[in-house]
Design a binder for this molecule. Structure first.
Ligand code: ANZ
Ligand code: ZN
Length: 821
């Protein structure tokens, strides 16, 4: 039939693509075509693909297909991030092994990806839960361990009471578990970490490479997360204690204004410093603090609380005794967990001082009113006072001066502090990469030697065996846990924790380059050839998680001499969310939209086109505001143009003799579509495709007719450009136009510059019906634009001075009459 039949085309072309594999990247080192590496963030296999997947993969696919069309050697792989809690929770519910749920879902998603027409290289498919993959997580771990980048320590960790596992700081969102939303509590545990803090400064500095190529928003979030602060460490002697206590301050210039000292109430130091007289009050306070969630503690609204510890600290510059308090607004795990309080210039300290009647001493004259009276700390620029040798200096002069002084006296030093914490790696769950360490009573922590990797997960555990217990379920599997020490051969035990799954996703884009390599995580030669990921596409929810971890990983691999570059992703595009009726889709709101149902109703092409036409890719798409039905109608019109042109002429027809107007429209569309795609303005590109279809229809129906060579040229341009967004309609249209093989590869057309030149016409500008200026304008200028140009004309303005514009008559493109009075 001549009508566009989405479903029939999907079946036909899926089978063809499966047979021909047109999207397989060339591995031939002699292939001189430019290489292009496009990666979509891989999928977590939780059920079938949903609307969010449909959007991100539609976007990645336009980009990949554009480069395929340009004749480049494109690598556009696919994989699954297939370890993680949902699989394990499903296994516990169903009495099964997590692998069953995981691999069944992967197959379902793989089918859906094929149906969705994504231009991927299926030969490189990977799953992170395959031992062939995760053995390399273990290999990296042992290399990091050797380099001191992986280490174990006791510490207060974030604990999710529901998932019964620890969480990295990055996985705690406003005090809640990023996955399940439970309120996170603190626990002291011995855990494995990656020393990402060693890279804090490089993570900041290398953002220079990403400026303008990653969204500003992500760079800002990463900068804030790393949280670099310049300042000083200052050591305060504590009466009755041998060791001084160090505080970190960003305002060492205010040292003379420190009137009290505060220790985090939940830090061991507070307990230690508390005197016997104050013990009871302190214990009561600490119990009260322990009950608060992190959300409450971090609230600035809440009134300040605290307790005097009965002891005094000594200011190292003036010998002044200041009282030591414990409070919850000082955090145990930032800086040194203790502060010098300068209430005149720090609002938190001022609130505290006013509540507890502590002294407020301004040391910077900012010209503002006394903070003790106004309740407002003064943080601005000013001149130092009450500060001995600093008096009269500006803040900028005083900071280096006081640092000099404390360094000379040996009571402190200038320093840089980062908010970033080390990456907490251990998880007390089953479905992840086992940490490849053996604990030996004689040898300590022994990494599993390379020839004994992978340490595979046992396959004899299912259902209730996996239930969360606060320690890893693996600990109960004696056959698995008990091993011979790889070093001394004596009886030893495996580490029973598994790795955070963000380890898996930190390097998968390197594995795609040589997915079956059995001797190394990736081929260094292939990495040299392909280089960085040219374009990465995914959600901004990963700003301080995956995107930070992957950056760290690549720097560590760079330092190990394994990769030449220092940043994984040259360019990053964050898509918005697909929402419905103004809200994120959710079961509880009942506003979910089922991708499969949309595809059944409108077809893949129309759903993809709708996603991309809705707006710029970084904006959210409200599915209630878009019209897949209209997309389907457009595809029907586009298809008909291709069919009609195909029936009326044959491939190879010279377009030179064709209708000039249509030829110009075609070449302009080609130029504008290229520019829009490169700019990631896919909606604009589609609007141009729509205009081209309209122009071609006009030429067929009211112009030179379907047999005109310009109609064929336009129809072929429609097939080629449409293939980026609606591959099924485009493939079939291309075939109907008489071509053999897929339209998708190497068919992009460069516009003919001669056909891009725009003609101009003369527009007359009148003021009160007298001609005052003449403008050269394009013949298709719209009225608003012409009116704007006329009103901006200096000559016309000379006759409008002091008068009011009453009315503007616009006859585009020839005439504008400005009526003034
Ligand atoms: C004295 C002072 C005077 C401060 C002043 C600020 C203004 P950022 O910029 O976030 O690094 N501080 C240090 N450790 C803390 C902790 N564990 N919990 C809560 N607050 C802590 O903040 C550094 C400033 O936050 C430090 O500088 C310290 O207060 C406080 F006019 O020291 B300041
Ligand atoms: Zn041993």
């Amino acid at each position: 039939g001549d009508a566009y039949d989405a479903r029939a085309l999907q079946d036909k072309w899926q089978a063809r693509w499966a047979e021909d594999n047109p999207f397989t990247a060339s591995e031939d080192p002699g292939d001189t075509r430019p290489r292009r590496y496009v990666v979509d963030m891989f999928a977590y296999p939780s059920g079938d693909l949903h609307m969010g997947h449909a959007e991100v993969y539609a976007i990645g696919d336009v980009i990949a297909r554009y480069h395929f069309q340009r004749g480049e050697n494109v690598l556009h792989p696919i994989g699954w991030d297939s370890f993680g809690l949902p699989a394990e929770n499903a296994a516990i519910r169903n009495g099964t092994h997590p692998a069953e749920w995981t691999y069944a879902n992967i197959e379902t998603q793989a089918e859906s990806f094929r149906r969705y027409g994504i231009s991927v290289d299926w030969t490189r498919r990977l799953h992170t839960s395959d031992p062939e993959y995760y053995r390399w997580n273990q290999w990296f771990f042992t290399k990091f361990f050797e380099r001191g980048l992986a280490y174990r320590k006791d510490g207060l960790v974030n604990w999710c009471p529901k998932d019964q596992t620890v969480l990295a700081n990055e996985q705690v969102v406003q005090g809640r578990c990023e996955r399940c939303g439970s309120e996170v509590v603190r626990r002291s545990l011995n855990q494995w970490y990656f020393r990402i803090t060693d890279y804090a400064q490089r993570l900041l500095d290398d953002m220079d490479q990403l400026e303008g190529k990653w969204p500003d928003e992500i760079l800002t979030m990463q900068r804030n997360w790393i949280g670099r602060s310049e300042g000083a460490d200052v050591r305060f002697a504590i009466e009755g204690r041998d060791e001084p206590v160090t505080v970190f301050t960003t305002r060492p210039d205010t040292l003379y204004g420190a009137t009290f000292f505060v220790v985090a109430a939940d830090a061991p130091l507070a307990e230690e410093l508390c005197t016997e007289e104050q013990r009871e009050a302190f214990e009561a306070y600490r119990a009260q603090v322990a009950k608060l969630s992190d959300i409450e503690r971090q609230s600035t609204e809440r009134e300040k609380t605290g307790v005097f510890l009965g002891r005094y600290a000594v200011n190292p510059v003036n010998g002044e005794r200041i009282p030591v308090w414990a409070a919850d607004y000082v955090l145990a795990d930032y800086g040194h967990g203790a502060i010098m309080a300068v209430p005149a210039h720090d609002q938190r300290d001022l609130d505290f001082a006013l509540k507890f009647g502590l002294q407020v001493r301004p040391v910077v004259d900012t010209g503002e009113d006394d903070p003790a009276r106004t309740g407002l700390a003064t943080a601005g620029e000013g001149t130092l006072m009450n500060s001995g040798p600093l008096d009269g200096l500006s803040k900028a002069e005083a900071i280096p001066r006081i640092i000099e002084i404390i360094e000379e006296r040996g009571t402190g030093a200038g320093t840089i502090n980062y908010r970033l914490r080390d990456w907490l790696l251990s998880r007390q769950r089953f479905w992840g990469t086992p940490i490849p360490i053996v604990h030996c009573p004689a040898c300590g922590e022994v990494p599993v030697p390379e020839d004994q990797l992978p340490v595979t997960l046992p396959d004899d555990m299912r259902g209730a065996d996996l239930a969360p217990k606060g320690i890893s379920p693996l600990a109960a599997n004696e056959a698995w846990v008990n091993v011979d020490c790889p070093s001394c051969g004596g009886p030893a035990k495996r580490d029973t924790d598994t790795m955070d799954t963000f380890v898996d996703s930190s390097w998968y884009f390197l594995r795609y380059l040589s997915p079956n390599l059995a001797t190394a995580p990736f081929s260094e030669d292939e990495v040299k050839r392909w280089g960085q990921v040219d374009q990465y596409i995914g959600g901004k929810e990963h700003a301080t998680l995956h995107l930070m971890y992957a950056r760290f990983f690549i720097k560590a691999l760079h330092d190990m001499g394994m990769v030449e570059f220092t940043e994984p992703f040259a360019r990053l595009l964050n898509q918005g969310q697909v929402i419905n009726r103004g809200k994120a889709m959710s079961k509880s709101l009942g506003n979910g939209v089922d991708l499969g149902a949309e595809i059944d109703t409108y077809g893949v092409d129309a759903v993809r086109l709708t996603m991309l036409f809705a707006g710029p890719p970084e904006d959210d798409i409200d599915w209630a505001d878009v019209s897949p039905g209209a997309s389907l109608k457009f595809l029907g019109r586009a298809f008909r143009v291709m069919v009609q042109a195909g029936e009326a002429s044959a491939p190879g027809t010279d377009p030179a003799t064709g209708d000039k107007e249509l030829r110009k429209a075609t070449h302009r569309a080609l130029a504008e579509i290229s520019a829009a795609i490169e700019d990631h303005r896919f909606n604009v590109a589609i609007a141009r495709m729509m205009e081209l279809v309209t122009a071609a229809r006009k030429a067929i129906e009211n112009g030179p007719g379907a047999a005109d060579p310009a109609v064929r040229e336009a129809a072929e341009a429609i097939a080629v450009t449409l293939s980026l967004v609606a591959p099924y309609a485009a493939e079939e249209g291309w075939e109907r136009l008489g071509h053999k093989g897929s339209v998708a590869i190497g068919n992009w057309r460069e516009p003919d510059p001669a056909l891009l030149v725009r003609e101009e016409v003369t527009a007359v500008v009148q003021v009160n019906s007298k001609v005052r200026d003449k403008l050269q304008v394009p013949p298709d200028i719209d009225e608003g634009e012409l009116e704007r140009l006329a009103l901006a004309s200096e000559k016309a303005q000379g006759f409008m001075e002091g008068k009011t514009v009453r009315r503007v008559v616009v006859r585009a493109p020839k005439l504008v009459n400005i009526v003034v009075g």
